[in-house]
Design a protein around this ligand. Sequence first.
Ligand code: SF4
Length: 220
Amino acid sequence: MNEFPLKTKLTAPNGAKKVLLHSCCAPCSADIIENIHRAGIELTIFFYNPNIHPREEYEIRKQENIRFAQKLNIPFIDADYDRDNWFKRAKGLEMEPERGKRCTMCFDMRFERTALYAKEHNFDVFTSSLSLSRWKDMNQINECGIRAATHYPGLIYWTYNWRKDGGSARMYEISKQEEFYKQEYCGCVYSLRDTNLWRMKNGRPKIVKGTQFYTKATSS
Ligand code: SF4
C-alpha cells in the first residue's frame, strides 16, 4: 500500500496505548485503521452492525472489513448480528429521515455494545468510523458515543474528527486501491427504501446489492 502523510500528532485521550474501534465498514474505517496503527497505538476492530439489511449485504460488508484487518494483522472482533433487537428498537421510527431519531437509536445500540466490550476487555478508549462519512451528523454520533461511555466509569469515547487532514479523500483512495465493495445505502432496510425512492425520482435504477466495487480507475 502507498504511504501517506500521518495525521499530525495522533494521540489517544489520556495517552491511551490501545483503542477499540467500532467499524461500520471497510471504506469508512480503512484510513482510521491505518492512522491509529501507524501511530503505534494498539488497535482492535469491533464489528457490531445489526442495522445492516439484508444479511447478504451484512456479510459482504463484514468480509471486506475482515480482509483489510487481516492484511494489516489487526485483531477483528466479529460481534453478533443482533437483527431482531435492532428491529425491536426501531419500532415506531420506520419513517424517520436519515440523521433523525432512528439514527440516534442505531448509533446508541451499536455504541452500547462496543462500550460493554471495551469495559470487559480493558480498553479505556473507544471510537468509531461512523463519523467519517460526510452524510452523517458528527455531533449526533459523538453524543451517542459519549452517552455509551458514561455507563462505565473511566471509559472515554474518542471524538476525534477523522474527516480532517484529508481523511475523507483518503477513504476513496484506499477504497480504490483495495477495490472495496461499494455500498450504496447507509445500511438499514429503511435507508435502502429511501435511497431507492430518491433514485427512482431522479431517473436512476434501483440498487442491485452486491454488485458495485471501487476499482483502481474509479473517480471519487
Ligand atoms: S439510516 Fe443508517 S444510521 Fe440511520 S438507522 Fe438506518 S442504518 Fe442506522
